[in-house]
Design a protein around this ligand. Structure first.
Ligand SMILES: [Zn+2]
Length: 371
């Protein structure tokens, strides 16, 4: 079970962006590898705090996390094998935490100080899922075209920045001389440039390659939800780190079942005769047909609730229900004999509507359904 991101940073769910940043800065300094050499636990905590901050500092990701928890990213279904961030991701994140360039405060980061590694761009795909696949969870294999480094590309260190990826600019201000670091304009921050490459590669030495990526989709995903497969986006040139593959879920409409959150709805039509006599009926459900028995005298508009036959909750809080709506079908045409029968029934007291107190009104039933 993954620990709650808010808990990791020691803040409440109502924390402001500034409070989140402050809490992370504190944890980053406390658990920084330079301060805790060889301490595995500190390193773990350092990574966890970075992962929590990565999500909570991004309004989009934060909203998703608040709604779906860890499953929205990489927790539940094992996306990207272990998910999480590597140290390079974490250090590249520090730029906006500790103010650009200088990394002021604790004297540089081990060997990594200042040397940024480029991250490849993210790829986006849509995956269509049937209601059955959503209910059971599914592993999908998708073909993506990823940019990867072409074989035979060689690099030389960028002459402008001498490989650091950044150039320093000194400006005179009223406060004195200020030094600011900006991304190297020659190499775009990569720290190196191409010295030779094959003809089919682009300016960065990259080629497009087909790759089949396997995506584990947990049960209970929702239309429009986005899942992240770490490292399956475009590779970055040189010693960069690959971007991510963002998978958008699209739900294919079911022929008979309507989804509403975790509940499913099914409209069942029965004849007047079946309603009067009682009947057994097969209804559509996830995983095949289900037989249900209707008692004699069942009323049109009744809703039967089949517990647990809906869609699983994405955070494993159990299944929704399948709600079967009973509709009594009145014949639109009668032959002579049927007409005579029903005419006789006009005065028959069994045919005179006489709802009991226990037959709830439509509005009470709807209220019930959502409670
Ligand atoms: Zn450069």
């Amino acid at each position: 079970m993954k620990k709650d991101f808010y808990e990791i940073l020691g803040i409440s769910k109502n924390a402001t962006a500034e409070e989140i940043k402050k809490a992370y800065r504190k944890k980053a300094i406390e658990f920084h590898p330079d301060k805790n050499p060889g301490n595995k636990e500190a390193e773990e905590n350092f990574k966890k705090a970075a992962e929590a901050y990565e999500v909570l500092s991004d309004p989009n990701k934060k909203a998703k996390y608040d709604q779906y928890g860890h499953a929205a990213f990489d927790g539940n279904g094992g996306f990207g094998g272990g998910g999480g961030m590597n140290m390079d991701d974490i250090f590249s994140q520090f730029g906006d935490i500790f103010g650009g360039g200088g990394f002021g405060g604790f004297g540089g980061f081990g060997g990594g100080g200042g040397q940024r590694r480029m991250k490849g761009s993210n790829l986006r795909i849509k995956v269509k899922l049937t209601l059955e696949e959503i209910a059971n969870g599914v592993e999908k294999k998708v073909k993506v075209k990823r940019k990867v480094q072409a074989a035979g590309v060689s690099y030389k260190t960028c002459g402008t920045c001498n490989g650091s990826g950044q150039v320093l600019r000194v400006t005179n201000t009223i406060l004195g001389r200020m030094q600011t670091a900006t991304t190297c304009p020659t190499c775009g921050g990569a720290g190196q440039s191409i010295s030779s490459k094959p003809n089919n590669a682009d300016a960065q030495g990259m080629i497009l390659e087909d790759e089949t990526v396997s995506i584990k989709i947990p049960a209970g995903v929702v239309d429009g939800m986005q899942l992240k497969v770490s490292g399956k986006g475009n590779d970055a040139p040189g010693n960069g780190i690959p971007g991510d593959l963002i998978v958008a879920i699209e739900e294919v409409e079911h022929e008979f079942l309507k989804r509403e959150g975790e509940n499913l709805h099914y409209d069942l039509y029965i004849s007047v005769a079946e309603a009067a006599l009682g009947v057994s009926k097969d209804i559509e459900a996830i995983g095949g047909k289900l037989r249900i028995k209707l008692d004699e005298g069942i009323q049109s508009g009744k809703i039967l609730r089949l517990k647990g036959k809906g869609i699983p909750n994405i955070n494993s809080y159990g299944n929704g229900d399948l709600l079967v709506h009973i509709n009594v079908w009145t014949p639109k045409k009668l032959d002579r004999e049927q007409k005579e029968f029903f005419e006789k029934m006009l005065t028959n007291e069994n045919f005179i509507p006489n709802p009991e107190k226990s037959d709830k009104s439509f509005f009470e039933k709807v209220k019930d359904m959502f409670s």
